[in-house]
Write a protein that binds this ligand. Structure first.
Ligand SMILES: [Zn+2]
Length: 310
């Protein structure tokens, strides 16, 4: 291919770059989520792309009132300004319903009557994960009621090249099992919603924490069943505490402070091995971000899945 043609393609792709940050509003933004926000933001801006924000408030029982707004105010305080309107999953049920009906029509999903306890008793284990053994694949037992809906998976390995973690392959039958798309409480499952939303927002590049690395094959599987494009993926190392636990609301990670944006961003860049110049340590957020966009280097944390923070 002539060089000029290649450059044109490069340019075209860059103009099209659409990234996103998709926090769950279960509490204020904590350091672990900030790393994902900054990583996705820098990658998008480095490629002159759009950066979108989607609030994953689909899991209504876990949603904390006021948390979404607080997260958005924190992003603003950190100079992480987004493009386009913020999307709220709680307002997108019709789109999930449509995808669900498409899967139902093509026979890719089936009703499951198993209770949580029945699954725990009969499940196969894969590491710490329970693999649903497919009890209801050929119909539910007479007298039992459908609780959730699951998608049928198979032995065909699902692989992708992660931009920093390299080649990832999973056999969904042994590594994940038939997974839920509509939960027993009537809510659409995370995996389905993410796939539908990334497609609707025309996301080209997903940059998120490595805790979601092995959700990706399930999402790619759903994309294929629904005839959707698969975006590029890049999984960032996740922040863990001294006990090796992921920083989250459950591990009581502290919220990031809105009035310490510069210092905290500097810390994020250090952890992502971006080697910011020491002179930026006391700089305002926008200056640090400007430097980081120009000098963004994802190769610096390639094959790195976690780092410890105090
Ligand atoms: Zn079942």
């Amino acid at each position: 291919m002539p060089k000029s043609r290649f450059l044109l393609n490069e340019l075209y792709n860059r103009n099209q770059y659409r990234g996103r940050f998709a926090p769950s509003p279960t509490g204020p933004l904590h350091f672990g989520s900030l790393v994902a926000a900054v990583g996705s933001y820098l990658d998008a801006r480095h490629h002159q792309g759009k950066w979108l924000v989607r609030i994953e408030d689909l899991d209504t029982p876990r949603t904390v009132k006021g948390a979404a707004d607080d997260i958005l105010r924190t992003l603003e305080a950190y100079g992480l300004h987004w493009d386009e309107d913020v999307v709220f999953q709680s307002r997108r049920t019709a789109a999930y319903e449509e995808a669900f009906l498409q899967l139902k029509k093509t026979g890719e999903i089936y009703a499951c009557a198993c209770s949580r306890k029945e699954i725990a008793d009969s499940a196969l284990h894969y590491g710490n994960e329970l693999i649903y053994p497919g009890t209801c694949r050929n119909g539910i037992e007479p007298g039992k009621l459908a609780r959730s809906w699951r998608v049928r998976v198979n032995e065909t390995p699902i692989g992708f090249i992660d931009r920093t973690q390299g080649e990832i392959t999973q056999n969904l039958a042994t590594g994940a099992g038939d997974f839920v798309v509509l939960r027993a409480d009537g809510l659409f499952a995370y995996q389905l919603a993410v796939v539908v939303d990334d497609d609707a927002q025309r996301v080209t590049d997903v940059v998120r924490g490595a805790d979601l690395l092995y959700s990706t094959p399930r999402q790619i599987y759903l994309q294929r069943l629904l005839g959707m494009d698969t975006p590029a993926y890049m999984h960032l190392p996740i922040a863990v505490n001294a006990q090796g636990e992921k920083l989250s609301k459950q591990t009581l990670a502290k919220p990031v402070e809105k009035d310490k944006a510069g210092a905290t961003l500097f810390e994020v860049l250090m952890l992502l091995r971006q080697e910011p110049p020491a002179a930026l340590r006391a700089a305002p957020a926008r200056e640090i971000l400007a430097w980081a966009i120009d000098n963004w280097q994802p190769d610096a944390f390639s094959k790195c899945c976690q780092f410890s923070v105090e």
